[in-house]
Design a protein around this ligand. Structure first.
Ligand code: AP5
Length: 217
């Protein structure tokens, strides 16, 4: 199965993609995570990515298409993948069609996660994670059971994303509305787009997603 999750920053794409990995036996392909790995490598491209991503701006389309194409060629994508954060522009959506066709693959589902802006800002500005194992936490919804200690690995090292500062969250939201939402009609016209309500609790959003992906829906 090949699917795309589209939604504004903080809609829950990453959280739900991880849950769908287990349900459908596919891998999450997060372009944000790919870029954060690139930034950590401190390569020339990584330094360029650091400037753009941490300010909440988009990376150039050609860079993103090449990154995704390479990632799809990895053996773990052979049984299917969930694109989380890609495509983000019309140019990327058109390039994805070309590269899937060239690889003999086809897109099965596109799920839009809809959500109210105020909820997004709260979700993102309160988010932090363990710097060792990546376990996610939130100031309001999910604190570590023992203050300052990761529940999963016991580390004391917690990090917050630079692009989760409120001004950058608003920049990212601006890009979502200008560049990414215009993709939706492209997929709607092909009859593969479904929308779900991302403002519900985590399990409810997962339930809606499974329902949208079930045969005959
Ligand atoms: P990326 O990492 O993709 O960021 P994003 O799209 O802004 O998405 P987020 O990861 O912030 O949010 P999410 O929707 O995954 O929500 P999450 O599940 O984490 O990209 C980062 C940057 O990289 C971009 O800004 C851009 O610069 C660059 N980039 C990436 N792809 C690109 C591309 N294709 N082209 C160009 N540039 C690109 O949830 C958020 C929080 O809410 C968590 O704390 C979570 O626990 C909580 N939460 C989630 N769901 C619920 C719920 N139902 N109830 C309560 N809490 C919830």
């Amino acid at each position: 199965m090949i699917m795309i999750l589209i939604g504004p920053p903080g809609a829950g794409k990453g959280t739900q993609a991880k849950r769908m990995e287990d349900v459908f036996g596919v891998v999450q392909l997060s372009t944000g995570a790919l870029l954060r790995e690139l930034i950590a490598s401190k390569s020339e491209l990584g330094l360029k990515a650091k400037t753009l991503v941490e300010a909440g701006n988009l990376m150039p389309d050609d860079v993103m298409v090449a990154l995704v194409s390479d990632r799809i060629d990895q053996p773990d994508c052979a049984s299917g993948f969930i694109l989380d954060g890609f495509p983000r522009t019309i140019v990327q959506a058109e390039a994805l069609d070309v590269l899937l066709r060239e690889k003999g693959l086809s897109l099965d589902h596109v799920i839009e996660i809809k959500i109210d802006v105020d909820l997004l800002v709260e979700r993102l500005t309160g988010r932090f994670e363990c710097g060792e194992c990546g376990e996610g936490y939130h100031d309001s919804y999910k604190q570590p059971k023992l203050e300052g200690v990761c529940d999963r690995c016991g580390s004391n090292d917690f990090i917050r994303r630079a692009d989760d500062e409120e001004d950058r969250v608003r920049t990212r939201l601006g890009f979502y509305h200008q560049e990414t939402r215009p993709i939706l009609p492209y997929y709607r016209a092909r009859g593969i787009l479904k929308s779900i309500d991302g403002s519900k609790d985590l399990d409810d959003v997962t339930r809606q997603m499974k329902e949208a992906l079930s045969p005959g829906q």
